[in-house]
Design a protein around this ligand. Structure first.
Ligand SMILES: *[C@@H]1O[C@H](CO)[C@@H](O)[C@H](O)[C@H]1NC(C)=O
Ligand SMILES: *[C@@H]1O[C@H](CO)[C@@H](O)[C@H](O)[C@H]1NC(C)=O
Ligand SMILES: CC(=O)N[C@H]1CO[C@H](CO)[C@@H](O)[C@@H]1O
Length: 328
C-alpha cells in the first residue's frame, strides 16, 4: 500500500463562489465545492470544472493548474502534504507587489502632475510603454512619439537633463509611495510568508532589480517583524540578471538548502526560467502585465496567492509540489 504507484494525492480542488465569478461566464455563477482525489498513475486527469482544468502528469510528476478563463479566480489548492519546502523564495516586482502598475506608473503620473506637463499614463498605455526598458528611455520614446510637452526644453542636450530630473523625482516619489505604504501587497503574500516563518521554512526575496527599492518594499510593506527574518538577494549581488539562475543559486547556497527543495514564486516568464534553471519548483502568480506570457514550464499557475475566502494556495500546496517528485 505504501508503494509509490498507489500514492494518493488529494487536493481540495474547488471552492467557487459567485462573488468571484465573472458575469461573462455562466458556469462561474454556480456555487460548487468538491474534493477530488486522483491516483498518481493516472496519466492525465482532465476536468473542465467550471472552466478550469487540472492536469496531473505522472511522467513529469507535476501538477498543472491551468486556469483557462483568466478572469475567474475561484480555485483553491490546499493540499494535505506533510513535506515542507526548505525555503520559499519570492520574486519582488509583480509578486510581492504589482510594482509596475501600482508603483512605477503612479509615480510617473505623479511626477507629470507635479510638473504640470498634462501627461498621464493609464494602465493599458503603460503596458505598451513597458516594452521600452528603462524609465528615462521610456519617457523619451513617449515624448518623441507623441510630442514633447510645451514646458520641455527644445535642445536635445537640455531635454536629456529634463528627462533625468523627471526620473530623479519619479524615483523619490516611488520610494515615498512605499514608505507611506500606498503600494499594496498582493493578496495572500503576508499569509504565505507567515505560514512559512511559522513552520521554520526559510523565506527570501530574490530580485535582480534595484536593491534599495526591494529592501524598502520588504521592510515597509511586510513590516519589521517579518522583514528581520527575511533574507534579501537583490540588485548587483550576482553578475547576471534573470533569466540567469544566478540569483536563485546564490540564495540556495547562502541559505544552506538544496535547490530541489526550494519553491519559488514568480510572476513572469523570465523569472520562471531563472527558477527552473536553478533546479527549483516554481509557482507563477500572474500579475497585471505578465498574464499573457508563456508559463508552460511552471509547476503551477494561479492568478494570485490569495487570502481566504478567495485563497488560491497555501504553504502545504507548495510542499506538495516537492512530494510528487518521489512518486513514480
Ligand atoms: C504513467 O501512466 C501510464 C498510463 O496510465 C502508465 O502506463 C505508466 O506506467 C505510468 N508511469 C509511471 C512512471 O508511473
Ligand atoms: C528621441 O529622439 C531623439 C532626437 O530625434 C533621438 O536622438 C533619440 O534617440 C530618441 N530616443 C528614443 C528613446 O526614442
Ligand atoms: C490614467 C491615470 O491613472 N492617471 C493618474 C495618473 O496619476 C495622477 C496623479 O496621481 C492621477 O491624478 C491620474 O488619475
Amino acid at each position: 500500500m505504501a508503494s509509490s504507484s498507489t500514492t494518493t494525492i488529494s487536493l481540495s480542488l474547488a471552492t467557487f463562489s459567485s462573488t468571484t465569478a465573472t458575469a461573462s461566464s455562466s458556469a462561474t455563477q454556480t456555487k460548487t465545492s468538491s474534493i477530488c482525489s486522483f491516483r498518481s498513475h493516472e496519466r492525465t486527469l482532465s476536468s473542465s470544472l467550471l472552466g478550469t482544468r487540472i492536469r496531473v502528469c505522472n511522467k513529469t510528476a507535476r501538477t498543472k493548474v491551468v486556469d483557462k478563463s483568466s478572469a475567474s479566480n475561484g480555485i483553491t489548492c490546499l493540499a494535505s502534504s506533510s513535506v515542507l519546502p526548505s525555503a520559499l523564495l519570492f520574486d519582488c516586482d509583480g509578486v510581492l507587489v504589482d510594482t509596475e502598475k501600482d508603483g512605477h506608473r503612479i509615480s510617473f503620473n505623479d511626477t507629470f502632475n507635479e510638473r504640470e506637463l498634462g501627461v498621464s499614463w493609464d494602465v493599458d498605455l503603460y503596458g505598451e510603454l513597458l516594452k521600452i526598458g528603462g524609465g528615462k528611455e521610456r519617457m523619451t520614446a513617449y515624448f518623441n512619439k507623441t510630442g514633447w510637452p510645451e514646458k520641455a526644453p527644445k535642445s536635445e542636450e537640455e531635454r536629456k537633463e529634463f528627462i533625468a530630473s523627471l526620473h530623479r523625482r519619479k524615483t523619490e516619489l516611488f520610494m515615498a509611495l512605499i514608505e507611506k505604504k500606498l503600494l499594496p501587497l498582493r493578496p495572500g503574500v503576508a499569509k504565505l510568508i507567515d505560514q512559512a516563518l511559522g513552520k521554520g521554512v526559510k523565506v527570501a526575496v530574490c530580485s535582480t532589480s534595484n536593491e534599495k527599492a526591494v529592501s524598502a518594499i520588504v521592510s515597509f510593506l511586510l513590516g519589521p517583524e517579518r522583514s528581520e527574518k527575511i533574507k534579501i538577494f537583490a540588485g548587483d549581488v550576482v553578475p547576471r540578471k534573470k533569466p540567469d539562475p544566478a540569483i536563485y543559486t546564490l540564495a540556495a547556497k547562502t541559505l544552506g538548502v538544496d535547490p530541489s527543495s526550494c519553491v519559488v514564486v514568480e510572476d513572469s516568464a523570465i523569472g520562471l526560467a531563472a527558477a527552473k534553471a536553478a533546479g527549483m519548483k516554481c509557482i507563477v502568480t500572474k500579475s497585471g502585465y505578465t498574464a499573457d506570457e508563456d508559463f508552460l514550464n511552471a509547476d503551477a499557475v494561479f492568478d494570485c496567492i490569495g487570502d481566504p475566502p478567495e485563497e488560491c494556495f497555501d504553504l502545504a500546496f507548495c510542499g506538495s509540489l516537492l512530494e510528487k517528485q518521489y512518486v513514480s
